[in-house]
Write a protein that binds this ligand. Sequence first.
Ligand code: F6R
Length: 615
Amino acid sequence: MCGIVGYVGPRNAVPLLIEGLKRLEYRGYDSAGVAVRQPDGALAVCKRVGRLANLEDALEADPVAGGLGIGHTRWATHGEPSEINSHPHLDCAGDLAVVHNGIIENYLALRADLEAKGHVFRSQTDTEVLPHLIEELLKGGAPNRGAAIRAALQLAKGAYALGIAFRDEPNVLYAARCGSPLIVGVGDGEQFIASDVPAILNRVKQVIYLNDGEVAELRPAGVSVSKLDGTPVRPEIKAVTLKAEAAERAGFETFMLKEIHEQPRVLRTLLGAHVRKDGTVDLGEAEALIAAQAPRLQRILILSCGTAYYAGMYGRLLLERWTGIPCETDLGSEFRYRAPRLPAGTLAIAVSQSGETADTLASVRLAREMGCPVLGICNVPGSTLLRESAAALLTQAGPEIGVASTKAFTAQLMAFALLALRLGRLRGALSAARERELTAELARIPDAIHRALEREDDVRAISQKYYECYNALYLGRRFNYPVALEGALKNKEISYQHAEGYAAGEMKHGPIALINEFLPVICLCTPTADEVRDKMVSNLKEVEARKGRIVAVVAEGDDSLRGLAHDVIPVPETIEELSPLVNVVALQLFAYHNAKLRGADIDKPRNLAKSVTVE
Ligand code: F6R
């Protein structure tokens, strides 16, 4: 979603802001802008709709420069994408500029009040109330700008990450956070703000993660932080552990392709962190919570959105199979609206790549209010989710820049496998010998994925046959049903080919009506011998009878479906419980090459945002 970068220091802020905004492009945006305090005392604002290149062209044609600046990429919520609606927004006098991520929920009431007092609004955004409100509070006698900002934020309801610059205060950059992530990059004689670490990765070695309800004042010489009531806070300064290369494409044509290919390494890292030499699992930081909960657990509730929700569906199947504990999943956006019942002995597990998804966070807060301990399965250390969870199982996939989630998804599946194994042992549902067998099988997965990736050319050739189709249907059963859903989601979000994922047994209850000779039906048919395999073959026959074009993901060496399927994608075979980790890679490649052949902008799919911080 929206991105924020800010700078105060001796250098010209403009190139630093543009560089930072480029590093945030992956979050998704439709317009961009900067405000820079120029040496002549003016607060120069430049905004453009569309790609950052448009903003760069405008700044090249009409350059601005100065040592204090704020920049923003906007993903429209209130008001269409337009220059007027894009950030930064100014007060009436043009004395202060604001960039904002999040939503000010009571903006209509605030706006009406400010308009009644004579303020003139230019945009349709919720954000614009903030500069006018601060202006009004300063006019009304607020002792200084920091106090006016704090007073304004006591009146504004909703979520925000803010960067604020004043024309008359060229050496101070203000920042605030409530519900939307914001970090302060602590430099030597210069300071930064950013909504995400990659924006300032190569600029600072230390960061402060602001907490909700904190306002920071950044001066070249240092940073001070206070609460909304003015109480000073001693900020915790943390070292940046990410390497700058982690946010580069490393020779791949897109971040998504790089991240697809990173999966074997990512999973090896995760296994290395949690599987001991003797084949037993150690959950690290999450061990204490899980060991304490294991004897009393009655139920597990998994909360997440999008791709992470499909990981949760997989987690549910695996946890029930390996631990025997009843388990349910819910979407973050649905959970809190259904009057949920959470009996004592329920453990909530929240799954999120970013740890900032507003719906997931809201559901976690409700689960906590209802007395559930929360385990966060998450990729971003220091994220809001992990700060609000009782314990963390980090997926350690490294920054995921491609908007479509790939390596974070397989890492979430692997995290569930590790959790289910450990909990299964603690509950006595798995023997020590079975745990060792299963960790040995898990250890084979990275190589299996590597082999699946080696088939990329074959998958591309299959995409070549189907990329022009209007629709695609994905079918799977049991452990591969979430994979069918995820494969369809990947395809539609990056290639814009309409795709439906379905439980294969449900096909005859509706989607069978879609089948004709123009519909590719992608069927997950590994492993070769499990109790749902025969049923899957019957479903393939039903598709064949209606002339659907079957693309089957099969186990290497399984030739039994070659007569039935128009195309096969062979992948290494593993046990059914772990087959999703390998099968999904074939579907990621299929979606990727469909998208590429359709000429889509794969790392910046239209309308999508990497981190969905609004509900
Ligand atoms: C799809 C995708 C989204 C996210 C969803 C949740 O490729 O990435 O569906 O999975 O927005 O995001 P996180 O995992 O950050 O909570």
